[in-house]
Design a binder for this molecule. Structure first.
Ligand SMILES: *[C@@H]1O[C@H](CO)[C@@H](O)[C@H](O)[C@H]1NC(C)=O
Ligand SMILES: *[C@@H]1O[C@H](CO)[C@@H](O)[C@H](O)[C@H]1NC(C)=O
Length: 194
């Protein structure tokens, strides 16, 4: 790596999640939770919408997740936990459903999750999630968007990789995913396909 490239990489990383521990790291977190996600996008149908997980994907405004939870009523939104920059669906004693993204030209920013030892799709990445000082979630500095008309009228969540219409979908909107810490999280298994 050339010195200039190293410098660019350093400053890119310094905004958040610097590998070198410093006082500034207090502003950024790659460990947090358990938490729910609330979408912020003023004057839109997804403002204050809850993040949900079902069928290997993440959604906003999904009426029912149909998750299987260990006790008590199933939560209406998904519960996440962030461990060393890896984002999981929360479960006790250990999470085993993990979020991935695919930023490649093929993936177009697809966001999904694997269950257990399900293989990762080619080009998929898992590590690089972080929360800023306002608990705004991003992946390697990239935010999220949601596209309407998905299952049960929900909006499907994608990573905003600079394609306005991932997979040709119309009407997508960027939003800020705000992590809301939960004190009594439910351990759940979210639905998935093999
Ligand atoms: C949840 O179950 C209901 C009733 O079977 C079904 O209509 C709905 O599509 C399911 N939702 C998901 C996200 O699978
Ligand atoms: C959240 O983070 C994304 C990605 O860095 C950014 O585009 C968005 O403006 C941020 N939102 C807020 C409210 O800070």
């Amino acid at each position: 790596m050339h010195f200039s490239q190293a410098l660019v990489a350093f400053f890119a990383a310094a905004a958040c999640a610097s590998p070198v521990k410093s006082r500034d790291d207090d502003a950024c977190k790659n460990n947090f939770g358990p938490f729910g996600i609330m979408a912020l996008r003023s004057a839109s149908p997804i403002h204050f919408a809850q993040g949900s997980a079902a069928r290997n994907s993440l959604f906003l405004n999904l009426p029912e997740q149909n998750a299987t939870c260990t006790d008590g009523p199933a939560p209406s939104g998904a519960i996440f936990t962030l461990i060393d920059g890896n984002l999981y669906l929360y479960a006790e004693p250990e999470p085993y459903q993990q979020i991935f993204v695919d930023r490649s030209g093929m993936g177009q920013g697809i966001v999904g999750y694997t269950t257990g030892d399900q293989p990762l799709p080619r080009n998929a990445e898992r590590e690089g999630w972080e929360l800023d000082a306002n608990n705004n979630l991003s992946f390697k500095g990239t935010g999220l968007l949601a596209c309407p008309n998905s299952i049960d009228g929900a909006w499907r969540i994608w990573l905003s990789v600079g394609i306005g219409k991932p997979a040709g979908q119309e009407g997508c909107l960027g939003f800020s995913p705000r992590a809301i810490e939960l004190t009594e999280p439910q351990s759940c298994e979210y639905t998935y396909m093999q």
